[in-house]
Write a protein of this length. Structure first.
Length: 201
């Protein structure tokens, strides 16, 4: 994970120093990937985040307005609409608070489309980044990092699961944070991530 994020950061820095327009979209996408990992989000959940989806955790006031995230577009059961769940900011990822503070107050505003949409991830021409564009960006970074092609954007969610369980979190709590209906799904996430090797920092 650290290698992947380092590659992303280096790409952003290099593109910015060369005056390439790609640095801004790379900054947005790399920020989105880190947020997706830190909260264990599905791809659609990540893309559909809005500025208003964050709030305080009264038990951890030092996180300010980024102590918890409301996932409004969680996967629903068959025949139902999207479900909602609250995901707490993890003390293992204190960096995510600073990252969100920067992105919401400065980084996001660099997009000309930011003031016409509540989307956390504005696009260059539209109101919101698309799933396809984010997936293509992840593939590019994954290749640049020299990681195996089996790794998709969804692997970040698997890594979140593995790291929470390795940190001795209650499996039921991890299951609830992920929005899984069954404990067996959570266990499978850990096994598949460990097998392809992305979960190790």
């Amino acid at each position: 994970m650290q290698h992947l994020f380092d590659v992303m950061d280096d790409f952003v820095d290099d593109a910015h120093s060369k005056g390439s327009k790609r640095w801004l979209t790379a900054l947005r996408d790399s920020t989105a990937f880190k947020i997706g990992y830190a909260f264990g989000l599905r791809r659609r959940e990540l893309v559909m985040l809005d500025l208003t989806d964050f709030g305080p955790n009264p038990h951890v006031p030092r996180y300010g307005n980024f102590g918890a995230m409301t996932v409004c577009w969680a996967k629903g059961t068959k025949g139902s609409g999207p479900r909602r769940r609250t995901v707490l900011t993890s003390p293992e990822f204190p960096w995510v608070v600073d990252l969100l503070q920067y992105w919401c107050s400065e980084g996001r505003e660099l997009f000309a489309t930011a003031n016409r949409s509540p989307a956390l991830w504005p696009s260059e021409r539209g109101d919101r980044l698309t799933l396809g564009a984010l997936g293509r960006s992840f593939t590019s970074f994954r290749r640049l990092a020299g990681l195996p092609p089996e790794l998709s954007l969804h692997a970040l969610r698997h890594s979140y699961t593995t790291h929470r369980l390795e940190a001795s979190y209650d499996p039921l709590f991890v299951q609830q944070q992920l929005g899984h209906s069954y404990a067996s799904t959570t266990s499978l996430y850990r096994w598949t991530t460990s097998r392809v090797g992305l979960c190790t920092t």
